[in-house]
Design a protein around this ligand. Sequence first.
Ligand code: ZN
Length: 166
Amino acid sequence: MTINYDFIRNLIGLQGIKVVYSNVNNGIFKVFATSVFNIAICLDCGRITYTVHDKKFQAYKRLLIWGMDIVIALEKKRYVCSCNPKHPFDESFSFIRKYGRYTTTYENYIFTLTHKNTVKNVSNIIGNSGATCQRIYNHYAKAKAYLAGCKPEPLRFLGIDDIAFK
Ligand SMILES: [Zn+2]
């Protein structure tokens, strides 16, 4: 059977990637993907570089599909620019934040859950640490307050247990 990787790419709904392989193991749907781009823009000088320093696969969690956990094993390249050959930099993807381990869709889901629940319950559901949930929650609460054009009010965006602990 030929697998239609375009179908999988559309299903997971992430931009700028090409699915190269997928499998299901222990109820986890793992999707291997690479960037569709083979260039990067240097953050220092703004020029385009084609020079790949190294690459590795990194796993990112995405929301469930058909009740299965989705893990995107994403090939992340590090590029170097001639302006600063000793300092390679990561290629960026629109759907992950720097140092994040989840897609932004998943982080938004964590934010929504935390907003309606306690950090402890959410970290049990997600299977990560409470500190991670709290960090994600704080980030999106701040971003949403900023977008709404209001100054973040300390109590307004706190999760239930933040208040309960006080
Ligand atoms: Zn440069």
